[in-house]
Structures are given as C-alpha cells and as structure tokens.
Design a protein around this ligand. Sequence first.
Ligand code: MN
Length: 586
Amino acid sequence: MSDLANLAPQTLLDWEAYRRELDRIAEHRYSSVEYELIRRAFDYAADIHREQLRFSGDPYLTHPIAVSLTAAAYTLDAPTIAAALIHDTVEDGGSLADVRKRFGDEVAQLVDGVTKVDKIHYHGAERAAESMRRMFFAVAEDVRVIILKLVDRLHNMQTLWAHPAPEKRLRIATETLDIYAPIADRLGMGELKGELEDLAFAYVHPDEHRWVSREIRKRIPEREDHLKKVQPLLERALHDEGIPVVAISARAKRFYSAWKKVSRYDMNWDHVLDLVALRVVVPEIEHCYAALGAIHALWPPMPGRIKDYIALPKPNGYQSLHTTVFCEGGNATEFQIRTETMQRESEYGITAHWLWSETEKPKTGTRLVGKKFAWVNQLKAWQEKIGAAQSSEDYLESLKIDFFRDRIFVLTPKGDVVDLPENATPVDFAYHIHSEIGDHAVGAKVNSKMVSLDHPLSSGDMVEMLTQKNKRPSAEWLAFAKTALARSQIRHALKSAAPVESPVRATEFEITVDDRVGILKDISGAIARFRINIETASAERRASVYSTILIRFQQKRPDQIEKIKTQIKKIRGVRSIVERVKPAKS
Ligand code: MN
C-alpha cells in the first residue's frame, strides 16, 4: 500500500501510462480479454468526466484512476477494476442502463451498488439509516462493492483538504471515522482502517490530532534508540534457539489509535507501552510460540500482557502473539509475533484470501464463506430481526453498537467463541445463544463462579447460563443489556407477556415426606412448572423418619390445584399432602 500513498494520478490520464501502473500494481494479473474490458471502462470514464474537475483542480478522472489502482492493490478482479473506473459516471451524466449495455450485468451491478452507497449521508437522521440498510445489503450480497466504497473513501479523504465547505469536510470525516474505518476493521483490513482513521482524525479532532502528532514525534526517537539496542539481543537469542526469522521491524503506533489509548490513561503517555513495538515475523505458528519463549527467557514478561490471538483470534480474524516485557532498565517493550500469513491477513484482511495464483483464479463475485467472516452473512438475519421492529434511528444505533464498537469474545461451556460488544453482560450472551435462554435466564456462572445478570463480561470468560422455565425477562434488564439483539428481544418478551392477574387465593400445602436430599427442590420445581411463584417454603423435622414441608404460594387458577397435587404425589418420598386455603395477603 505504501506505493499508493505517493501515487500521482494526474500523471496517469493517458491509457498507456495507466496500464503500465496497473501492471506494476497488479503484477500482470489480468488477461487480454480483461484488459479490453478495463480499457473500455477507462475510455468511457474519460469521456463522461472530460469536462469535470475535482475541488483540488485536478481532472476528475484522477479520482476513478486512484480508486481503481488501490482496488488492484487489493487484488480485486477485472470487473471490479472496470467498475472502479466508472463508479461515478452514473452520477455525472451516464446512466445505469448505458453501463449495463456496454459492460454487462456484473459490472453494472457493482456500479449500481456503489451508486446506492454514495447516497448515504451519515448524520444520524432517519433517511441515513435507510441508506445504511441498503449498504449492508450490498455488503452481504457482494463484498466487492463495499471494498470499492472503502477505497473510494480513502481517496476522497486524501483529497478532502480541497473541499471548500468546512461543515462538509467535518461530516465526511466523521462518517469515515464512525462508519467506514470500523467496516474496514471488521473486514480485517488493518492498513486501510488505520489510514482512514488517521486521515479523519485531523478533521474531526484537529486540536487533539495536533497534540498527539507532536507528542508522538517527540517520543519516537528515544523509543527507536531503545529498540535499536533490543533488536540485536533478540536476533541473537532467536538464532541461538534455532528459530528462523522472516523479518523483524519496528512499528510505530498510528496517531488515532495512540490517542484512543492515551485517552484511556488520563493522557499519560507512560502508559502507552506499544508506542513503538517490535514486530517479529516467522515462518510457522510453532516458531511464534518458540520466539515468545525465547523473549521471555531474555526479559521478564509483564503480567497480564501476554495475549494469544493465535489460539483465540480477534473477531475480525486478527492473529498474533503480543507480549510486553521489561527490558534493560525496566524499559517496557511490546513484541508482536506472527507468521507471514498472519502479517498479510492483518494488512489485507478479507482480500488477503483473493490473491490469484496462476492455476487458481477466484470465482468472481467472491461470496463470503467460512467462520471468519460469518458476521457479514449474519447481517441480513439480524437486520430483519432488529430492523423490522424498530425505527430507523434505533437501527442505526444498533449498527453502531453491535458492529462498530470494540468487541470482546467469550466462550460457551463447549468452547464456542461468542463475539459480543465490550461490557456485554450474561443477558447479552444468553440472547446471542438463543432467545429461549435469554427469556428464561435466572443467573450465570462466569469461569464457574456465580455472577449477577448485569456482570460485565471480559474477553476469554467462559459463560454458562442458568435458566428456569417459568422465568421471564425483567424491564430492569434493559438498563444493562448492551446488544440491540438482546434489547429488542427483551422488549418483545415484555410486550407479549400476559397481563398479570391479581392472585385470588393463597394456598398452603403441608406435605409429609421421607426426608432425602433434594426433595424440597423437586417439590418446588413441580409447583414452578405451573408458573406459580412460591412465597415461602420450609422443612421441619417432625419425627426421625418423616418431615413436614410447608409451602405457601399465591395461585390464580383453583382448577390447577388438583393437578399440582397429583404432580407432587408422583415425587419419590412424598407421603401425603394437606391443602389449606388462606385469605390472600395484601
Ligand atoms: Mn468516487
């Protein structure tokens, strides 16, 4: 991607120059038939945009050229490169019908998708949410559309300085920060995400951006000096252990992500330990763990800072080992250890899997399969569930909360990973597993310890739900449930709950039983199955063999009493039941 940062599209307005650049970036990937398609798209765009200028004063064609070349760097296929070249023509005097006639259905669909997404203006309004929906449909249908939109936005951000209207600059940058960068993140496209964030940061929080860039520039030389001393020690240790190394490099934290971090630590830079980290790339996973061991043998690790994202990848697929160790003089240093494949995936995300080889070309229209990006496919289902019941504004909020906030992952007792937003609770977890489990939740165990239903979960927690059939969600849950899914299910359950009838009678059972462990629980369970709330239950040892259990409850349906008694009599150890009806307590 570094190639593209220095790209000057205005020098590529001529087809031959453009083609040379495309060949360089795409490594001669396209066939002659595909070049023919791309060439026609180039000419068409040049024709439609010929009179137009960008705000920067450059010919408009520089924009589709930049977008198509970035798309090529992400190994997108020829129809997408063609669509990138003509993605703004429908807006600027062309027509979709014309595009379809000239370039066929596939290119036309891609252009149509991009055109629709272009209509989206995010400022939290009702209309925006409606468009957001369409955008996410487009994602689920064909992820190439969304990647085109992301690289389109990248170039628009790179040239945003030229936009004359300050309020528009702010709106576009805010949208980039709140919507586009998180989408890039969710697709695992770390480079693109970081680039979008840093570009937007300067417009959305200009003062903070200035401060952070000054602070980081001030601190980086000292950190780099330190790493220059650490790196040879590391290389020697890895060599002595026979661990092969592909590359070791220092990598400075990006401005926006550094700012988010320092904000969490009261603006104290001493707590940002990964301002510059050493990245160790090795050939195989086993070498990652071996390298981690070698590092810990050299320097003591900081407790709680070892993160194994190889065994438990982040929800967007990110894999790596992280550790922070105390180097000479107590200087805390972060290491990130990963394989070449993981390195590539962390930069290119979903598109890392599209690399074309000579023998194997990806199918066009690349559908998303596999667990890793399953969330994309879930969008539709969630959207239908959540979106149908709520206003668009709620929906937009739910998108932001569910898809764009920091995620945690917790485990089911079977070890399945469940992806939840930060500070999610057992109630969110329960509804994520199944609405039945959410609706009947009474408690939860986290790492085998009982916790309350509003207990905030952390990554790596193992969560087990306890349920009871006659339990129903409480309105209080809405105060702490984090996911839109849980919130909408709770609201639904509260709405559909039958209005509570006033209790008509208080009933007391005096039950004589053979004493045995668990008999009280069996009896209360039998009563609870009739959706009756027990007021008091007590056991009293009368003789050496028999005990008496007194159970008092309010019940609304006298016709059920006999059924309840029959059920209780079936329980092992129950000798007899005496029923007393008492006046209802007020
Ligand atoms: Mn555009």
